[in-house]
Design a binder for this molecule. Structure first.
Ligand SMILES: Nc1ncnc2c1ncn2[C@@H]1O[C@H](COP(=O)(O)OP(=O)(O)O)[C@@H](O)[C@H]1O
Ligand SMILES: [Mg+2]
Length: 234
């Protein structure tokens, strides 16, 4: 495994003001994520998982601390430069899928290409849909799919621009156990076959330990780092 981290965080803090009170959502996190790793971020509700992955995704800016993404420091970048740093590097998956109901599966998957000013190529779309097991659903609307299938469309959408890193915040939070397990298996396979680096938050312990590495947060701090069941597979 390449030992140069693809994401490196040092002393990462994100504090919020709530009236006269300061909420220390993230309170000094050091993290090294290596290429091709699948890492789970575990922790109870309110422990700072979403805050952390929003910072790692450059969707939010830390109160203090440093963050390096694919070798580039992203700490003090403007909005435009942040968008540039994310482009082609990061793909995101959310708990609630966020599919556009009036667009077909294929059109939903192709949407990021519009924002990136990249040409749409239906053959490439079909290839990505095949990777998530939905090659026969490209003309369907989201409402014709199950929750597990909708999340697969969201994963295909995250893959379409060929990112190096996938970041998923509670991707199984709206799914039942069987569908949740299948989504983790899919991440596992994408990690192995495409060499993707994958970071997933979950409060489901059984799912979390499918990763190579498990990082547990509590009150905005890392309280535990362990090997998962996937360790050594990548
Ligand atoms: N925009 C915000 N303003 C104030 N407090 C926030 C904000 N976002 C999150 N928090 C607080 O930060 C802490 C961590 O939240 P979060 O990162 O969402 O945790 P998790 O994803 O693990 O449930 C919680 O106490 C939450 O209430
Ligand atoms: Mg959360």
């Amino acid at each position: 495994m390449d030992r140069t981290p693809v994401i490196q965080a040092r002393g990462l803090k994100r504090h919020y003001r709530r009236g006269s009170e300061t909420v220390k959502a993230l309170d000094g996190v050091d993290l090294d994520i290596y290429p091709g790793e699948m890492v789970s971020i575990l922790g109870p509700s309110g422990s700072g998982k979403t805050t952390l992955v929003n910072l790692l995704s450059c969707l939010d800016v830390p109160t203090s601390g440093t963050l390096t993404l694919a070798g580039k420091p992203v700490g003090n970048l403007s909005e435009d430069r942040l968008a540039e740093a994310r482009r082609g590097v990061l793909g995101f998956i959310f708990q609630k899928f966020h599919l556009i109901p009036t667009l077909t599966v294929a059109e939903n998957v192709e949407l990021p290409l519009m924002f990136l000013n990249q040409p749409v190529d239906r053959i490439a779309t079909q290839a990505v849909l095949k990777q998530v097991g939905l090659e026969d659903r490209s003309g369907h609307l989201p409402k014709e799919l199950s929750g597990g299938q909708m999340q697969r469309v969201a994963i295909a959408r995250a893959l379409i621009a060929n990112p190096k890193i996938l970041i998923a915040d509670e991707p199984t939070g709206n799914l039942d156990k069987a569908n949740g397990e299948a989504i983790f298996k899919l991440f596992r396979r994408l990690c192995a076959e495409k060499g993707l680096t994958i970071i997933i938050t979950t409060h489901n312990l059984a799912f979390g330990y499918e990763a190579d590495r498990v990082i547990t947060l509590e009150d905005g701090r890392v309280i535990k780092e362990e090997c998962g069941k996937g360790e050594g597979r990548s």
